[in-house]
Design a protein around this ligand. Sequence first.
Ligand SMILES: [Ca+2]
Ligand SMILES: [Ca+2]
Length: 187
Amino acid sequence: MDDDIYENVNGTESEGMNRERGVKMDDMYVNAGSVGNHDYRTNSNTQQPPQNTAGWTYFQSSFYYLSNESKSWTDSRGDCKGRKADLITINNRQEQDFVMTLTRNKEFWIGLTDSEKEGQWKWVDGSTLTTGFWASFRSITEPNGGTRENCVLTHLKRHPELIGWIDHNCDASYQWICEKSILPVTF
Ligand SMILES: [Ca+2]
Ligand SMILES: [Ca+2]
């Protein structure tokens, strides 16, 4: 019924009105486009600009929360659980790029650990790591900490040349990223 009303309205408009509307619409799109491009270049490398909702940022079916405090990896995970979430799992390049943009060369725990069995990297959801975005630069190749370093950071300020994940001492205090998926959990 609503569709019929719109058809009738359009049907009674003169050609001149339609042309004018067409021009105005074009102008609107041009303006919207330039604003959008400006935001992409200055604030974000991702295809979709993040939308912030009460401290959580939405991206591809998940909400992400960046802590302000710093805690050990285990305590960080506990905080996420208190928010009905868990530490972030990074499952593809798009998500990794999103995290890099979101964290801007700051140190955050992610939900990856080899505490159970050295060298066997597992996400907090119990899945085994398949695609990793480990840092490497010249002679340094992460992960490199053996049994001393069983938890993973997005970045390490004292090694800015390392772009990617870094295994680190789980007891050290850093900020962290929680993730809450809006997709139904599957078993
Ligand atoms: Ca380790
Ligand atoms: Ca390391």
